[in-house]
Ligand binder design. Structure first.
Ligand SMILES: NC(=O)c1ccc[n+]([C@@H]2O[C@H](COP(=O)([O-])OP(=O)(O)OC[C@H]3O[C@@H](n4cnc5c(N)ncnc54)[C@H](OP(=O)(O)O)[C@@H]3O)[C@@H](O)[C@H]2O)c1
Length: 247
């Protein structure tokens, strides 16, 4: 899909990957609804980002997701693109996962994107098509200690995406999943941890240098443009998807 003159919802647009994606979409000529919990931050960003509006919503609450999509449709008149990006991490040993925290992450990282999809699909079908991009994670392709709660939910999001894609292909609605690699944002600091982590390890670290938020945003927009099923931040992640070790 060519994003010029299209309307887009970007959740988690107040910082990091979502903010970079919103800026890029606006630069490319799209109208963008900036969504997150931080009303004042969004309003300030909206005054800086051309053709954008601020819509406050807690994406872990289905009724707020419904209100948000209705408000965007009322204000823009249509919804062409949904980028389901809002999310936070949760690290814990499987044995020690706190069930209440797991439920919260499940609501935010999986049910929120599902609810947003369910709300935009009728609009997209009526318009003759659309693009939905769900932001998963490279860790959804891996089995790393302490990552069970977050990675399992991000893997579920990928399966949800690919299944919905099959179901919606005759409606000209492309549903894609993006697997970002470690990206320099506030993500690590916002991650809920039930495992002790020294302050020094709060900085992103991994086998390869981290990506910038702008790099991840570029991948997301490439996904909207190409309509590909799965967009990997790096080619070596495709090998992980096939169960091979990193190159
Ligand atoms: N950074 C990485 O290394 C990395 C790697 C792979 C995947 N990802 C994924 O990329 C996405 C974006 O993360 P990021 O790295 O950009 O992190 P970030 O800088 O912490 O941004 C997270 C965004 O989500 C929003 N958010 C959090 N809780 C929310 C809620 N309940 N309702 C609505 N919005 C909420 C935040 O806004 P408010 O606080 O204003 O609500 C913020 O805009 C996430 O889904 C994450 O899982 C990140």
């Amino acid at each position: 899909m060519d994003v010029k003159d299209k309307t887009a919802i970007v959740t988690g647009a107040s910082s990091g990957i979502g903010l970079s994606t919103a800026r890029l979409l606006s630069k490319m000529g799209a109208k963008v609804a900036l969504v997150s919990r931080s009303k004042e931050k969004l309003e300030k960003l909206s005054s800086e980002i051309p053709n954008s509006i601020a819509v406050q919503a807690d994406m872990s609450r289905v009724f707020e997701v419904k209100r948000m999509v209705k408000e965007v449709n009322d204000r823009f008149g249509k919804i062409d693109i949904l980028v389901n990006n809002a999310g936070i991490g949760y690290d814990a040993l499987a044995e020690k996962i706190d069930v209440d925290t797991f439920h919260y992450i499940f609501d935010l990282d999986l049910v929120g994107p599902l609810a947003a999809m369910q709300q935009v699909i009728p609009h997209m079908r009526k318009q003759g098509g659309g693009a939905i991009i769900n932001i998963s994670s490279a860790v959804a392709l891996m089995t790393l200690p302490n990552n069970a709660p977050y990675a399992s939910i991000k893997r579920a999001l990928a399966v949800l995406t690919l299944t919905a894609r099959e179901e919606l292909k005759n409606d000209n609605i492309t549903v894609s999943v993006v697997y970002p690699y470690i990206t320099l944002t506030d993500f690590e600091r916002n991650t809920i941890r039930d495992v002790p982590v020294p302050e020094s390890e709060l900085e992103p670290h991994g086998p390869f240098p981290p990506d910038s938020a702008d790099y991840a945003a570029q991948k997301i927009v490439e996904g909207i443009e190409s309509g590909e099923a799965e967009i990997f931040a790096h080619d070596w992640l495709k090998n992980r998807a096939r169960g091979n070790p990193p190159q």
